[in-house]
Design a protein. Structure first.
Length: 331
């Protein structure tokens, strides 16, 4: 999808699909500025969807959490990897089939509501294992899952996010728990449902019959790569997992269309958010940053140079201002 040439970013799209952890909230606290940004979109009548890899809450619970933070949200706007994984299993299995659930109660309930039978032991002869994030997931249920997969059960992961953002820093995510089984079984899951797969984005676009959707996320390896796979424009915000150093080094399949410090960027002009080395007030020459302007403009310039093949390893500032900006960006 070709990005618009000018105008406010939010005005150029008919649907905004938000990731949640690291974009709207960190754990159970709103990211600064997120509530106001989403409210502005609602006030303008903009279609919104929330797409999360976190399988520990159901859509209604997510909507309740968002409203509790002051974010306008309805269950119908929320898409979770737990629900998508349960639907995928229901499509593949006979009604009532036993599924060993590794994860939170929300995932177990999604499996049940899809007409399948959730179980907790390999002795129940499950035909599938579905694995999602849950705070209480431990050795006992992981051992049962390993036994079930070895016995021939299908193994589906809701997502493989290695970490979860939190106010205290990055915490182990479902991908870290999947890695336990991957190591024990010496194999990959049969299928991964959540981002960077395009399933959640495709469902959001279908629900709204959107012609020009924008994905907003904090992770290059899930949100942004998923948007690239789905051929959708994307905005990376630096309020969660991925940071400037990650963005500069991003492979082509993980490069966003735009980057902003936070969700306030949705109301900035497209030209100031696009990742380009032109008109930013900054230049990269012979491994040195020179010019004048804010740090985000400098970051876009450095990314444009790196993505065009310039070696920015060990980039330095040509002036005190440039050096200060590089320090602010962690570069």
């Amino acid at each position: 999808m070709s990005p618009p040439a000018s105008g406010r970013l939010a005005d150029a799209y008919d649907l905004v699909i938000f990731d949640l952890d690291g974009v709207i909230y960190l754990s159970d606290s709103a990211v600064p500025g997120a509530v106001d940004a989403v409210q502005r979109l609602h006030d303008q009548g903009r279609a919104i969807a929330y797409a999360t890899n976190n399988a520990s809450r159901r859509a209604a619970e997510v909507a309740d959490l968002l409203r509790g933070l002051g974010v306008p949200a309805e269950a119908e706007e929320v898409l979770t990897s737990a629900a998508a994984a349960a639907r995928r299993l229901a499509d593949r299995l006979e009604s009532g089939a036993r599924v060993l659930v590794v994860g939170a109660e929300a995932l177990r309930q999604e499996v049940f509501d899809c007409g399948l039978t959730p179980v907790s032991s390999a002795d129940d002869n499950p035909v599938a294992v579905v694995q999602g994030y849950g705070r209480d997931v431990g050795w006992v249920i992981l051992a049962e899952a390993a036994l079930a997969v070895r016995a021939g059960a299908i193994w589906i992961a809701t997502n493989t996010d290695r970490t979860l953002p939190s106010p205290r820093g990055a915490l182990p995510g479902n991908g870290s728990l999947v890695a336990v089984l991957r190591t024990a079984l010496d194999r990959e899951p049969d299928e991964v449902i959540g981002k960077p797969e395009a399933v959640l984005f495709e469902e959001a676009v279908k629900r709204e019959a959107a012609g020009r959707p924008l994905v907003v996320g904090d992770r290059l390896d899930t949100d942004i790569e998923g948007a690239v796979r789905a051929k959708l424009d994307s905005l990376l915000v630096l309020t969660g997992v991925s940071q400037p150093r990650d963005l500069v080094a991003a492979a082509p399949e993980r490069r966003p269309t735009y980057v902003a410090k936070d969700l306030a960027g949705l109301f900035d002009d497209v030209e100031t958010l696009a990742i380009t080395g032109e008109g930013t007030g900054w230049q990269v020459t012979d491994g040195r940053l020179d010019g004048h302007g804010d740090s985000m403009a400098a970051l876009r310039t450095i990314c444009a140079a790196a993505w065009a093949g310039t070696d920015v390893t060990g980039i330095s500032g040509a002036t005190d201002e440039a050096t200060a900006v590089l320090r602010e960006l962690g570069l």
